[in-house]
Design a protein around this ligand. Sequence first.
Ligand SMILES: Cc1cc2nc3c(=O)[nH]c(=O)nc-3n(C[C@H](O)[C@H](O)[C@H](O)COP(=O)(O)O)c2cc1C
Length: 164
Amino acid sequence: MSVLIAYATHSGATETLAERMRETLAAAGITAEKISVDDNPDPSRFDAAIIGSGIRVEAVEKTFVTWVKEHSAALADRPVAFFTCSGSASDPRKEGRQNGAESFLRDAAFTPVATRNFPGWVIMDRIPMHERVLLKSMRTPTGDFRDLDAVAAWTREIAPQLTA
Ligand SMILES: Cc1cc2nc3c(=O)[nH]c(=O)nc-3n(C[C@H](O)[C@H](O)[C@H](O)COP(=O)(O)O)c2cc1C
């Protein structure tokens, strides 16, 4: 049993979630490889996949969309769980919903066995100057909103669906 954890990140938070997923699967005796979509991992080498992206301007990363399209046949052919990492996921008024995730899934060629929108971080030092200006104009709250224990719990919860 092997699981690909493919992720797209801009400021690094999504990679830290992916790493916690990898550690959690490894602790359960499941071999998992965490690979950036920039390195174009091949899902057909794995039995299942967890795939996730950071959110920018209400959308998943373009590199993520491109990678998913390129591997749509392999992704449709095995269990795939999907997650996002965003600022707004820390807002309880969103009730776990994420617009970028929903529009991505509407067009996706696969149906995930599980989906979760996790909070990430908004750390000004990690993003380019022009994006800082945009975020300030949108009055985006800054800070580290990640909950890595929740990431581990979700990974344990979905493991049976990946290995079924
Ligand atoms: C330019 C920019 C735009 C963003 N737009 C959104 C957004 O539309 N909705 C949201 O919930 N979070 C938004 N965020 C917050 C990111 O989703 C958050 O920083 C997340 O941790 C990004 O993942 P990453 O660190 O892996 O790139 C934005 C962040 C940046 C830098």
